[in-house]
Write a protein that binds this ligand. Structure first.
Ligand SMILES: [Zn+2]
Length: 518
């Protein structure tokens, strides 16, 4: 991972750095920005005149200069157009411009065949004014996130790391303002997202239920949260029929686990715990309802919800957030085999409700049903919120693609808080209806409920199923199937596991803390 740092002054000629500046597209603002930059490093006349560089989104320009006392390699990266004040979520869009531009600058610096070890990004203070932009500290964190996460690669298994950058450090120079707590926050957030991405991208022969549990336990010891691991015997004793059914085909080689994470910060703002739940199917073949082979390899990432929970705990604990947080993660493989659960089988979830397994590929909801039942039983006096994250349905990907997480739930306050945090982090969530009229699609003739609702409204019927097990808890479900497993690269996430959910939930918790302390 990249080292992150803050600089009090800009690097000099001998510092072996690339120096980057972020430039807006708007003519007036760009002229102003270029004039400021020109005072620091002499820019060639065509650039200064705004001709060869327009400041568009994703536009970058690498310049070499021998004049002035600054590094010889200079990068200009376009911020694009800022949102108008009348646009919805304009501040979030503008903050995202900074993340995307710094990611573009970092990628340009990494591509350059240079020996520079440090990328320095100069961030001017007081941009635009408060009503259109988040605070300077938020912008600094965003610039760190964009650059560091933009350079993320999962290359552990490549013998020859092609195109590997020589950069080891990303340093920001806050020009004329107090960086606040930005460095600490950015370090924790970037390393936590990276942790989640590494878990998601690792193949299923490396990350399976026992090894996932081991890694989280190890991280918990280092970062300061507690991890309890139930093995299959305990799972069986607790009557978790959903987990037992899904793991039946894989039990011999990779038996299931059920882990409980707990973090209690200093003087927590919440009396009852906030509980986050993650679907941890470490490989989903579909089981007897086998998936087609095309793209089945992606299903090593069917534990992205679990990875997001683990990443959020790492961040919350390292930031010492004053919250009481509980995590519940059922872990299993879903495999066909002689002992596998068959379509038509009827199983019993730990709260006693029976389920007709109509389709063994609708397995995520079965293990989440046990997780939700466990929470209900363990906290009879209630919880502040239960938020589950799951790569649950292809239907959600059809509906929203990779740019929004599907959100459904029973508690308006939690839904609204997640919506806000989603915009602030640009891990945006979009609410789908949870009308009771959808419930009948899950009716079974032989059991209390069926695990598949048929062709239509698949993301919604999946949530209807979970609702039966969430009971009266203030519950929100996030379907991250499209946002966690990226089909194409995003500005600061390559194709594959995005680590979505970590930044969202950390922001949600931070807002929760902020409100209480305000
Ligand atoms: Zn499945």
């Amino acid at each position: 991972m990249m080292r992150l740092d803050l600089l009090r002054s800009l690097p000099g000629r001998t510092d072996n750095a690339v120096l980057a500046f972020l430039v807006p597209k708007d003519n007036r603002q760009r002229a102003l920005a270029l004039r400021r930059i020109h005072e620091v490093v002499p820019l060639p006349a065509p650039v200064r005149a705004g001709k060869d560089f327009e400041g568009k989104e994703e536009e970058t320009l690498l310049l070499y200069t021998d004049r002035g006392g600054r590094p010889q390699r200079i990068i200009l990266a376009g911020l694009g157009e800022f949102a108008k004040r009348s646009e919805p979520s304009n501040r979030s869009i503008n903050l995202e411009r900074f993340r995307a531009a710094s990611a573009a600058a970092a990628k340009r610096a990494a591509q350059a065949n240079s020996t520079a070890k440090t990328l320095v990004i100069s961030v001017p203070g007081g941009i635009g004014g408060k009503e259109k932009f988040p605070s300077s500290e938020e912008i600094l964190v965003g610039v760190f996130e964009g650059a560091a996460l933009g350079l993320y690669r999962f290359d552990r298994y490549l013998s020859e790391k092609k195109g590997k950058t020589k950069l080891t450090t990303i340093a920001l120079h806050p020009d004329g303002f107090d960086p606040g707590n930005a460095l600490k926050r950015a370090r924790v957030i970037v390393s936590s997202v990276t942790f989640a991405r590494d878990l998601a991208n690792a193949p299923a022969n490396e990350v399976y239920p026992a090894s996932f549990a081991y890694r989280v336990k190890k991280t918990g010891r280092k970062s300061g949260f507690r991890v309890t691991v139930f093995d299959e015997k305990k799972i069986s004793t607790l009557g978790m029929g959903g987990i037992l059914a899904v793991s039946a085909g894989a039990r011999e080689w990779h038996p299931p686990r059920f882990i409980i994470l707990e973090y209690r910060g200093p003087r927590p703002v919440n009396e009852k715990p906030v509980v986050i739940v993650g679907k941890g199917v470490t490989f989903d073949s579909g089981g007897i309802s086998l998936k087609p082979s095309a793209n089945m390899a992606e299903m090593k990432m069917d534990m992205s919800g679990a990875a997001a929970v683990a990443g959020t705990f790492k961040a919350a604990a390292e930031l010492r957030l004053p919250v009481h947080l509980v995590g519940v993660v059922p872990l299993t493989e879903n495999m066909p085999g002689g002992s596998a659960t068959k379509p038509g089988d009827i199983i019993r979830i730990s709260d006693g409700q029976t389920v007709e397994v109509d389709n063994t590929d609708a397995e995520g909801r079965l293990i989440l049903a046990d997780a939700l039942s466990y929470i209900r039983k363990r906290y009879p006096r209630g919880v502040e919120a239960v938020i589950d994250l799951a790569t649950l349905t292809g239907a959600c990907v059809v509906a929203l693609g990779q740019y929004a997480t599907g959100m459904l739930g029973t508690n308006r306050k939690v839904l609204d808080e997640l919506k806000k945090a989603g915009e602030e982090t640009y891990e945006r969530v979009w609410e789908l209806p949870l009308y009771k009229e959808y419930d009948h699609l899950l009716k079974s003739d032989v059991a209390d409920v069926k695990n598949a609702g048929g062709r239509w409204a698949g993301a919604i019927t999946a949530a209807c199923f979970l609702k039966k097990f969430a009971g009266n808890m203030p519950w929100v479900h996030l379907d991250i199937a499209g946002t966690a497993i990226l089909e194409e690269a995003a500005p600061y996430a390559p194709k594959g596991g995005s680590g979505v959910g970590v930044r969202l939930l950390v922001q949600y918790l931070q807002n929760r803390v902020g409100r209480k302390n305000a």
